[in-house]
Design a protein around this ligand. Structure first.
Ligand code: SF4
Ligand code: SF4
Length: 337
């Protein structure tokens, strides 16, 4: 936001023309005063250049409260409107985009540059030169580690994403992808082995959940692979923020369960769709065969009826010929007498 503030705003102004919203807001956390200053300055400079209008974009600093960057949380903070569970922002009349997206729109439309790179933060206690880097998509994490001076990648723990929502990487050959926002490099020793205890139903996880879910219920249903119940409890709304796991006194790795359950559910749903499609195909095939059999029977019956008609017509013709012949014989006999 500090380095590409103009690109962010120009991309946003373009999208504003397409969407035509009643209001356009750039929200950022209140612990980033420099970025806020930079954005405000860029907005003023663009206005002086004749780009945009005074009220086109509003810059708002929101409280730094995890997970403030979550789409639904941000919409609630900025508009006071809650996106319904299982719903999407457009249902409440909101389009929520990342600043990276608006900058990418600017690059694509004004500069003709496709999305081939993204900004990635590389940080953690093992990183000497923590910073944000513009990295080409597909670059191995190993290359980033070389740049920031991490000498022994096998001795560190790599996490893609933040400390709460990140996922551990199996090795440093994993490439940077479109969704890679941060690489966290921590010492292997920081991974403290924990003993998982049974759930005591204390409810702390439900109190901590920013999405108002019931993590303990999701946990039970994830363990039992009760997919209909997981859907009923809105598993899809879980943003994997990790707040529930953090407060759980039993140290249950709830997020891992939810990620696993989401993947399983996806697989299960795909299988259900395939099964439905196969059943439908089978029904169509049965109907097609039955129709063919019906048509065959109808053709057979028609042929039989035609044959019978022909036979009757032949018999009738023979009978009438016989009658005519008898009649003629009778006339001949009478003439000769
Ligand atoms: S916080 Fe942990 S122990 Fe407490 S209800 Fe949730 S899952 Fe169970
Ligand atoms: S990870 Fe836990 S706290 Fe976060 S949204 Fe999902 S259930 Fe709620």
């Amino acid at each position: 936001m500090r380095e590409r503030s103009k690109a962010i705003i120009r991309g946003l102004l373009l999208l504003r023309r397409l969407v035509d919203p009643s209001e356009c807001i750039i929200a950022l956390e209140d612990n980033k005063p420099e970025a806020e200053k930079q954005l405000r300055q860029a907005l003023e400079e663009l206005l002086l250049e004749g780009i945009g209008s005074v009220n086109a974009v509003r810059i708002v600093a929101v409280p730094t409260l995890f997970p403030a960057g979550g789409e639904k949380q941000l919409i609630k903070v900025l508009t006071g409107t809650e996106v319904p569970q299982g719903g999407l922002p457009y249902q409440v009349g909101v389009v929520c985009l990342n600043v990276g997206t608006t900058a990418a729109v600017y690059d694509a439309i004004y500069q003709g540059i496709p999305l081939i790179s993204r900004w990635v933060s590389i940080t953690g206690s093992e990183v000497k030169h923590a910073a944000n880097y513009e990295v080409l998509i597909g670059t191995p994490v190993q290359h980033m580690l070389d740049v920031v001076g991490v000498k022994n990648p096998d001795d560190v723990r790599l996490i893609m994403g933040g400390p709460m929502m990140g996922q551990a990487l199996p090795n440093a050959q994993v490439p940077v992808v479109k969704a890679t926002n941060c690489i966290l490099v921590e010492p292997k020793a920081s991974q403290v082995p924990t003993t998982v205890m049974p759930c005591i139903r204390c409810g702390s996880c439900a109190n901590a959940c920013p999405m108002n879910l019931l993590p303990q219920q999701l946990y039970w249903h994830a363990r039992g692979k009760a997919f209909d119940k997981l859907e009923h409890h809105n598993l899809g709304d879980c943003i994997e923020c990790g707040c529930c796991a953090l407060v759980c006194p039993s140290k249950i790795p709830l997020v891992q369960y939810f990620r696993y359950a989401k993947n399983e559910k996806k697989e299960h749903d795909t299988k259900v769709i395939f099964a439905d499609q196969s059943r439908l195909r089978m029904q169509v095939r049965d109907e097609r065969l039955a129709q063919r059999a019906r048509e065959l029977e109808e053709r057979k019956a028609k042929r039989k009826a035609d044959r019978l008609k022909k036979k009757l017509a032949k018999e009738a013709a023979a009978a009438s010929a016989k009658t005519a012949a008898e009649k003629q014989d009778k006339i001949n006999n009478e003439v000769s007498v």
